[in-house]
Design a binder for this molecule. Structure first.
Ligand SMILES: [Zn+2]
Length: 223
């Protein structure tokens, strides 16, 4: 069942690895079916490059495995995916990576502030990418810990661990993970060139004030 969704999960998982967001054996991805609420999630115990859509596991929101065609178990970080979906009923895709620059700030337990407008792509209500306190990967404690932060932002950092992003589908979640990694790299470069001093942050009101320029409209500017 859910063959189309499984194929999308494989495509996004490979895309994430090619984009350098995760290495073999790290990172996991899932997509929720809008009709049934069931979740297609990457398995553990297989290299992403060997992954076929038959390997994608289907679970329900209680974590019960409904389908494991090739006998593989869902990722060990499944509880975190389920928590993300329960925290945000408006979201249907979850990407979890250990991408380098974002994880660097996660290790330092340092939020990523609004230094460029790109952050508006990440649904950060308070104008920064938050960091969740450390909990052991794969545990219910970590799953519970992400819930509040996902109300504040669509991308969050996990202390000493990595990144979780959520989206209207998995492609959208992945794009946010890429934006977050780029933002983290820009922030890192800025701190390095600025002697470790904080650069200017863009205030939330300023971020929210952005709108398409009134001076331009199709009727007005299109000949
Ligand atoms: Zn992880």
């Amino acid at each position: 069942m859910l063959e189309d969704l499984k194929k999308k999960v494989v495509k996004c998982a490979l895309q994430a690895e090619r984009a350098g967001l995760c290495r073999p054996h790290t990172g996991n991805f899932s997509l929720r079916d809008a009709r049934t609420g069931n979740i297609c999630i990457t398995p553990t115990g297989i290299a992403r490059t060997d992954l076929s859509y038959h390997d994608i596991v289907v679970v329900n929101m209680d974590g019960k495995v409904l389908e494991a065609e090739t006998g593989l178990r869902p990722t060990s970080e499944i509880l975190m995916h389920l928590a993300a979906y329960s925290a945000r009923v408006d979201m249907y895709g979850v990407a979890h990576t250990h991408s380098k620059f974002a994880t660097t700030f996660a290790i330092l337990k340092k939020i990523i502030p609004a230094i460029v407008y790109e952050i508006t792509e990440l649904g950060c209500k308070k104008g920064y990418v938050p960091v969740v306190d450390y909990q052991r990967p794969g545990t219910k404690l970590l799953a519970n810990a992400i819930i509040d932060s996902l109300q504040m932002a669509d991308v969050i950092l996990l202390e000493s661990h990595g990144v979780v992003s959520i989206g209207a589908d998995l492609q959208a979640a992945l794009l946010k993970a890429e934006f977050a990694e780029e933002l983290a790299e820009i922030y890192y470069n800025t701190l390095m060139l600025n002697g470790g001093r904080e650069p200017k942050h863009i205030l939330v009101d300023e971020l929210n004030a952005w709108k398409y320029p009134e001076e331009f409209s199709i009727g007005k500017n299109c000949m």
